[in-house]
Design a protein around this ligand. Structure first.
Ligand code: ZN
Length: 159
């Protein structure tokens, strides 16, 4: 169930994804929010340098492991413009973070890439629930997913 507060954080994720795009990187952005609703950390993709593990959700999982207690992590929410890839979903699970809310799904991304003639990635498109157990997951949000799709279209047009 996605409320107005969730939408606000998802919109911030899309802003971060746009910032990544403007910096020449793939458009993905994520925000880590505490149980009390405070934004603790945010990041966007940094794979343009060649390290394709530099995803924002992975960075937030590491940040959480370093800066939050187990209890705090379990009650925190990660918002993201695009559903976690298997690597990031596993990192989320390993550090014990809580709910995940995404604007667009991995399935949608795979579909968009296919439509744009982009070859499938080597890492499979698995849904988060296929990678980790016991996490509340909400998404996608149709009108926001359309904005994410547009950012990916712009990224591909630039290449
Ligand atoms: Zn990832």
């Amino acid at each position: 169930m996605i409320n107005g507060n969730d939408l606000m954080h998802l919109r911030r994720c899309i802003e971060l994804a746009r910032a990544a795009l403007e910096a020449g990187d793939e458009p993905f952005g994520s925000v880590l929010v505490s149980a009390s609703g405070d934004v603790l950390a945010e990041d966007h993709n940094h794979v343009a340098g060649g390290d394709h593990t530099q995803h924002p959700e992975f960075a937030l999982a590491r940040w959480a492991a370093k800066n939050m207690t187990t209890d705090e992590r379990g009650k925190a929410t990660v918002y993201t413009s695009g559903e976690h890839c298997p690597m990031c979903a596993a990192a989320h699970g390993w550090v014990g973070l809580g709910r995940i809310v995404y604007a667009s799904s991995s399935e949608q991304l795979a579909q968009w890439m296919c439509e744009m003639g982009v070859a499938a990635t080597r890492v499979r498109n698995l849904a988060i629930h296929q990678v980790i157990r016991d996490t509340t997951i909400d998404g996608p949000v149709p009108e926001l997913a359309e904005q994410v799709r547009e950012l990916h279209r712009q990224f591909r047009d630039k290449r």
